[in-house]
Ligand binder design. Structure first.
Ligand code: HEC
Length: 190
């Protein structure tokens, strides 16, 4: 007859085996790349936010409260918060990996468009600058979420209007710096 001790050992070793096989099925999630966070979270949620706000742009380019409902305010708050979460995640990336090997980013083939490797090189020169831009985006969309929460159209309208330029500030620096040079050449300062 088996002793109680050996049963316990068998149970313990089964638990170890179980833990191991479970670990194999669920490998620790690799940190997301900047490209993944940008495309799937920042851009997807910002686009959804703009879709809602565009439908409520009034005559004076601000948000027309008569076109806003509790549901659309809630959507703006939720999308802005999602962008904020992603922006904070980008601000915390260390190291910052632009894309997995073999992944192409948007506009690679377009004149002035950079490759993932080119973007990576630009970021590696000054990663903190990218984090600062990400932090600025997080603050901006945080303000949008706060305004949306209290249905403050006078505050939310201009902030949503300016959102695109907060995106562009970072893009001109790290995604297509060639266009920044072009803008400067024509004396267009942002
Ligand atoms: C902190 C810097 C930063 C901010 C802020 C930022 N981006 Fe980006 N974004 C990048 C970089 C770098 C790339 C190039 C790498 C890439 O394409 O994934 C990029 C690429 C993109 C792309 C192309 C993705 C693809 O398929 O390759 C889209 C779309 C985009 N950004 C949308 C946005 C929008 C919308 C916002 C603002 C709500 C925003 N970004 C804010 C850094 C930023």
């Amino acid at each position: 007859m088996r002793s109680k001790v050996s049963w316990m050992l068998i149970a313990a070793s089964l638990a170890v085996v179980g833990a191991c096989s479970q670990k194999k099925e669920q490998p620790a999630a690799a940190p997301l790349t900047l490209h993944e966070l940008m495309k799937d979270q920042v851009d997807a949620n910002a686009d959804a936010l703009w879709e809602v706000s565009n439908a409520a742009i009034g005559e004076t380019a601000g948000l027309d409260t008569s076109k806003m409902t509790d549901a659309t305010w809630a959507q703006i708050e939720q999308r802005a918060t999602a962008v904020q979460r992603a922006a904070l995640e980008i601000a915390r990336l260390d190291p910052i990996i632009v894309a997995k090997p073999g992944v192409t980013i948007a506009d690679e083939g377009v004149e002035g468009g950079d490759t993932a490797a080119g973007v990576q090189a630009a970021i590696d020169k000054d990663p903190q600058k990218l984090r600062d831009f990400a932090q600025a985006l997080a603050v901006h969309v945080g303000d949008i979420a706060a305004a949306a929460k209290v249905h403050d159209a006078a505050r939310a309208g201009p902030l949503i209007d300016q959102l695109d330029s907060v995106c562009e500030d970072c893009h001109l620096e790290f995604w297509y710096p060639g266009q920044k040079a072009l803008l400067e050449q024509y004396g267009i300062t942002r």
